[in-house]
Design a protein around this ligand. Structure first.
Ligand SMILES: [Zn+2]
Length: 197
């Protein structure tokens, strides 16, 4: 078989934060399936469109309902696209959701299995996740929104917010700034027109 390299390659896997302990109460409540939750973020370092970072947060038994593992981990991975792909293309998103994210989840599963194997109650294996459902819950729009945090600016003496740097009224001096969509004030019509392109 001649193997073809994927258009996305992993450069790094890191454990950013990790807390693993065993909950211990008088009751000794146990279960076969510990409740767990997962969240992820996709970040693009500015000035390098071919690199992406995925940050994954996993919590297990966070309410301490069971006398078993209580886990919090934050892991991250860096990937490199071997060719320039449009961020709007299906292929780009397929590589993100079908390769980058599952790869990081698997590595985190292995990390947790290894770490917990030293505990007296035995190893913890993170359940397999329904990826299609996970991605449905976190829509494509949401993923993209996190990639490009938009900066909103308004002049100190005005209540109109601008977020397109190519807007003729985009404030360059004497402005206040926020990083999420403003809930008060007006949105600039010119910026709005530029967003539609
Ligand atoms: Zn504007």
């Amino acid at each position: 078989m001649i193997l073809k390299h994927a258009k996305i390659q992993q450069k790094k896997f890191v454990v950013l934060e990790s807390k693993i302990e065993i909950n211990n109460t008088e009751e000794k409540k146990t279960t076969n399936i510990l409740p767990f939750d997962l969240n992820f973020e996709i970040l693009i370092p500015s000035g390098d469109s071919r690199t992406i970072r995925v940050i994954l947060e996993i919590t297990v038994n966070s309410e301490r309902s069971y006398d078993e593992f209580v886990i919090y981990t934050r892991t991250g991975a860096e990937y490199h696209f071997t060719e320039e792909l449009s961020k709007e293309s299906k292929e780009y998103h397929a590589l993100l959701s079908g390769s980058a994210l599952p790869c990081l989840i698997n590595q985190t599963r292995l990390y947790l299995k290894t770490m917990t194997s030293y505990f007296p109650i035995g190893e913890y294996i993170l359940p397999m996740i329904d990826m299609r459902d996970l991605l449905k819950q976190k829509s494509r729009e949401q993923i993209i929104e996190q990639e490009s945090q938009t900066e909103y600016r308004k002049r100190k003496n005005s209540n109109t917010w601008h977020w397109r740097q190519n807007c003729s009224k985009y404030p360059k001096t004497n402005y206040t700034t926020i990083s999420s969509k403003p809930s008060s004030g007006k949105l600039c019509k010119e910026c709005e027109a530029k967003s539609d392109k």
